[in-house]
Each structure stands twice: as C-alpha cells, then as structure tokens.
Design a protein around this ligand. Structure first.
Ligand code: CP
Ligand code: NVA
Length: 310
C-alpha cells in the first residue's frame, strides 16, 4: 500500500480538503448508515498526551463506521521505553489499517509515517493540530455558507499548534488568516512561509498583526486557544502577561464590527484566553465545533483509506 498520511493541514490540497469537508457534512447528516470500515478494519489511536475530545471522537467515530478502534496510552507501550518509533510503526502496519497518534515533536510523527505501510494521522503534535482545524472549517462553513474569502483571526499564542494549523488549513481553504500575537510568540517562520505559498495558490492571505483590535476588525471568525499548551507547563516563560491584551472578551468581539463566530478547540481556561460571557454567548460555536471532530475525522479516515494506493 502507498499510504496517504495527514501529518499537517497542507497534506490535503484545496480540492481534497473540500472533498473531506463535504464527506464530513454527509456523515453529520446521516451518522449511522455508512459502514466503510466493516470487516472490521482496525485503527490504532495512540496518546502520549492527555485527551478528551480526540480520544472519544475517534473511538466513537471508528465504531460508527463499522471499524475496530484500538485505543492505547502510548506511555504504556514499549515506545515509552527503548523501542524506536520506526520499529513501532513497522509493527503497527502488520496489525492495523491506520494509525492515529498524539505526540510531542512533529519529527516523531514524521518518523512514524516514514516507514508506515498504512495511513498515519496527526492527532496533535507540538507544531500542528490538523484534525481540529478540519472540524473548525466544517463549523465555519456551516455558519457562513462558505470558506474562501472569509477572514479568521487567531488570537493568543501564535507559536502553538493551533496557530500553525489555522495558518495552513485556513490558507488551503482560501481564507484570510490573521495571527494576533505578542512579538515573542509568533508562528515559526517556515510554517508562515508555507502558509503564504498555499494562500497564493488559493487566493487567500496570511498576516501577522500585533495590535489585537486592528487584527479583529471585520473578522468573520475569532479563534483562540490556551496560552499554555501541553508540555509547556514548566518552560520558564511568562505565559500570562504578554497574552492579556489578546483575551477574547465581549469588547474584542464587538470590535470586529461584524457578526462573528467564536471558536476554541477546548479545553478552555475560562477567564484567561476567553471569558465565560463569550464562550457561553450567542457568537460561540464551540460545542458544535467539538461535535464536528467526530464527523470530520470519520470523513478524513475514510478518505485517506480510499485514496491510499494498493
Ligand atoms: N481539542 C482537543 O483536541 O481536545 P482534547 O485535548 O480533549 O482531545
Ligand atoms: N494548544 C493546545 C491544544 C489542546 C487541544 C495544546 O497543545 O495543549
């Protein structure tokens, strides 16, 4: 098999991303009929970091498709001792039809995919969270009827996985992505460059803005995330004061000047990156966004398996 992997958002080209989003909408409309993983096909879903949404949505989604989800705490595997990622990957390819993995550095994800004979899906790394952004795009499209031409502003830690995935996934969808972040927490330059290249192909755009009010002006979508991602708890950086001006609160939502949709991948740190008033208010789409993880990931898995050469 020549597997198709989904390690970062731009592993799908614009047409492919649309196909996955269309399939995600179809699965949302009819959650139980399609059983393309019947047999069953098995999918390993491995976690080296905590998870609520990703774990539940993959396990339930794979079962709904007629497949067999094999959920593993990566910290209990031999991977957590001395077995290499590549040897682990070779073993997994002999047992399962796809591998979904949440880990630390993106390089680890690339090592897993490098020798895998089955599709590998990134369920979050330090650098990217592409499954989340697929669900975010599905949510935005359902609210606004389109993606291309919309402006989405991501506020907060511009150097984290959600910021990077919004850049690449949003640019692939032809959106205008603004990153509003303090100067010491801006995206990795090579990811910004890749997003700019993708935006040039799709008619989208990518912009870094320091002033949060300027960044949200006219924004159709506001996105935020925790200021301290998993693994950063003891990195010695001040992860509060630089971010305070970027809190998504009622004043910032009003500063958009338009009807906006507020997204947060969750878990939320209420009162820090987002206020209760906004998270629980009429502009928030976070519960729908979380549910869409289920539909988007089902679509992604089926699409990857169907498009992997034999
Ligand atoms: N948004 C998200 O990935 O949530 P979990 O960490 O709970 O999986
Ligand atoms: N940026 C966050 C996302 C959690 C889903 C983290 O990596 O912890």
């Amino acid at each position: 098999m020549t597997p198709r992997h989904f390690l970062r958002d731009d592993d799908l080209n614009p047409d492919e991303q649309l196909a996955v989003l269309d399939l995600a909408d179809a699965y949302k409309a009819d959650q139980f009929s399609a059983k393309p993983l019947a047999g069953p096909k098995s999918v390993a879903v491995i976690f080296e970091k905590n998870s609520t949404r990703t774990r539940l949505s993959f396990e339930v989604g794979i079962a709904q498709l007629g497949g067999n989800p094999v959920i593993i705490d990566g910290r209990s595997m031999q991977l957590g001792r001395e077995e290499t990622i590549e040897d682990t990957s070779r073993i997994l390819s002999g047992y399962v039809d796809a591998v979904v993995w949440r880990t630390f550095a993106q390089k680890r994800m690339e090592a897993m995919a490098s020798v895998s004979r089955v599709p590998v899906v990134n369920a979050l790394t330090d650098e990217f969270h592409p499954c989340q952004v697929l669900a975010d795009l599905q949510t935005i499209r359902s609210r606004h009827g389109k993606l291309a031409g919309l402006t989405a502003t991501y506020l907060g830690d511009g150097a984290n996985n959600m910021s990077h995935s919004m850049l690449l996934g949003g640019a692939t969808a032809g959106m205008n992505i603004r990153i509003a972040a303090p100067p010491s927490f801006v995206p990795l330059p090579w990811i910004l460059e890749d997003a700019k290249k993708r935006a040039a192909e799709t008619g989208g755009s990518v912009e870094l803005v320091t002033d949060p009010r300027e960044a949200v002006d006219g924004a159709d979508v506001l996105v935020t995330d925790t200021w301290t991602s998993m693994g950063q708890e003891n990195d010695g950086l001040d992860r509060v004061s630089p971010f305070r001006p970027y809190q998504v609160n009622a004043a910032l939502v009003a500063a958009t000047g338009v009807t906006t949709t507020v997204l947060h991948c969750l878990p939320a740190h209420r009162g820090w990156e987002i206020t209760d008033e906004v998270l629980d208010g009429p502009d928030s789409a976070v519960w729908d966004e979380a549910e869409n993880r289920l539909h988007a990931q089902k679509a992604l898995l089926v699409w990857l398996l169907e498009n992997s050469g034999s």
